[in-house]
Write a protein that binds this ligand. Structure first.
Ligand code: PEP
Ligand code: MN
Length: 378
């Protein structure tokens, strides 16, 4: 159950609600937003005196939440959903502008990451991405990232991408693999931590990320259904952290042509129904095929994504990882332009979106009359 307070509710009224709920033997979690305060009530809510609580001063209404995740959940109602933007080093994800995070799969050298940063900036993206330690499916791949050999190489590689980002005025998004490295990333000046697909349910890492003030972009594991994924996302948020971004990057399916199957139905479900967090679409890992990144990124935006994560390289033909899906610089330029067009188009088409609840009552009231009219039933 979520108790939604009125915008004008006073701190005393909020405290009185919490005290009453605690006295009833429940624990609570408070979510304080710019406009509303929400009080999550945990435990068996079947014996909660909802009438009494609903009438207490300052309460707007009680929202039953049957979903297992609460903080990652959509907290508004279908007619007035609440989408909370996330700040990535001064760039607002989930706000009024589309955010494009672009860059190579891996940081490969000082020169490469500097050229990549220039390419990303010139294409009009706002954030630079690049991995310094790479998960490889084969132990014989020969490349695990510039920062993979020891602590020092990791620190130096982080510094390289942060410096490249700063040179071109862009915050950096870098994947983190190990909870022991969080402060190293923070100290290096990384703006946003990426949880990669293989770590989507790494309990120790996710628990540790509760304590960082840096935003986290949490990629969906390729075999996690939407609820299981949102529960892993919820883990990062349980102590009050709110700056988390969802990311659809493809799931496993019977399709063998593309590297993964970009689950656009889930992108729409996250944005329009299930969650208030910004949603990123990563068509690079979602398809694994350079020429499919363009159409699938645009489709992801139309499905509900407000962030684009995309791999591009100054010359993907010599990339040390994921070269097959890395865009050429010209392709990145075209994609960013088209993505911004799609974003504007969605802002317009969204005005035509009518959620079912807006019509439900009207049509319920007509059911008997329509049955009689269509089927001759009384
Ligand atoms: C990446 O972003 O480079 C990456 C390895 O992605 P994923 O974790 O989605 O496979
Ligand atoms: Mn990659």
């Amino acid at each position: 159950m979520i108790i939604k307070m009125q915008t004008v509710a006073t701190p005393d009224e909020i405290a009185a609600i919490e005290a009453r709920v605690h006295a009833l033997g429940y624990t609570t979690g408070k979510m304080v937003g710019a406009q509303v305060t929400l009080i999550g009530v945990y435990g068996d809510i079947s014996r909660l005196p909802t009438d009494e609580l609903g009438q207490m001063p300052g309460v707007e209404r009680l929202i039953p939440i049957s979903r297992a995740y609460k903080r990652a959940a959509q907290k508004g109602d279908p007619l007035k959903p609440i989408h909370v933007p996330v700040d990535i080093g001064g760039v607002l994800a989930g706000g009024s502008d589309l955010v494009v995070i672009a860059g190579p799969c891996s940081v490969e050298s000082e020169r490469q990451v500097m050229d990549a940063a220039r390419m990303v900036k010139e294409a009009g993206a706002q954030c630079l991405r690049g991995g310094v330690v790479k998960y490889r499916s084969s132990p014989y791949s020969g490349w695990e990232g510039l920062g993979s050999s020891d602590h020092d190489s990791l620190r130096r590689s982080l510094e390289l991408i942060v410096r490249a980002g700063r040179e071109f005025g862009m915050p950096t998004v870098v994947e983190i693999l190990d909870q022991a490295d969080v402060s190293l990333y923070e100290d290096a000046g990384v703006a946003c931590l990426q949880v990669g697909e293989p770590n989507s349910k790494n309990q120790a890492l996710l628990n540790r990320l509760r304590d960082t003030t840096l935003p986290v972009i949490h990629k969906r594991g390729n075999s996690l259904d939407t609820e299981a994924y949102l529960l892993w996302v919820e883990r990062v948020m349980t102590a009050g952290k709110e700056n988390v971004i969802l990311c659809e990057r493809g799931i496993t399916s019977c399709n063998r042509y593309t590297r993964n199957t970009l689950d656009l139905g889930s992108v729409a479900a996250f944005h329009y129904q299930l969650s208030g967090l910004p949603v990123a679409v990563d068509a690079s890992h979602g398809t694994g095929i350079r020429d499919l990144v363009f159409p699938l990124t645009l489709a992801g935006i139309m499905a509900g994504a407000s962030v684009v994560l995309v791999e591009a390289h100054p010359n993907p033909l010599i990339a040390k990882s994921d070269g097959m899906q890395g865009l050429f610089p010209e392709q990145l330029q075209g994609l960013v332009r088209a993505a911004r067009e799609a974003w504007l188009a969605r802002a317009r088409t969204d005005r035509e979106y009518v959620p079912t609840v807006a019509l439900q009552r009207t049509y319920e009231a007509r059911m008997q009359a329509d049955r009689a009219r269509f089927f001759g039933e009384d």
